[in-house]
Design a protein around this ligand. Sequence first.
Ligand code: AMP
Ligand code: ZN
Length: 114
Amino acid sequence: MDCLFCKIIEREIPADIVYEDDHVLAFNDINPQAPTHMLIVPKRHIATLNDIEEEGDLALVGRLQFTAAKLAAEQGFAEDGYRVVMNCNDHGGQTVYHIHMHLMGGRRFTWPAG
Ligand code: AMP
Ligand code: ZN
């Protein structure tokens, strides 16, 4: 499949992988927007948030969030706080069509997002 993140999962393209289990992979974003900026992706290809199915995908999406919290604790900014973002389609700013959770920490973020 012609998907950048599937290729990273399959080790066809290198990435700075920070966490892996049977269901998810996390790696450092190539263009970090914070001192820590990781992407957490399901190993199963799901193109957008609109493609999540009630049958089978809900635990996987919960696992993305759970992994973000674990990595935030590991990175040492869980208590200070952090930002998680999932962009959907054009208006959401999605550029890679394999769902991913951005985990950003190590600085203060503003709200609302741009
Ligand atoms: P989004 O705009 O939400 O789809 O986020 C895609 C993210 O993937 C961006 O933050 C990019 O910097 C990041 N990205 C693109 N190519 C790579 C790559 N080869 N390795 C790591 N991160 C990447
Ligand atoms: Zn994919």
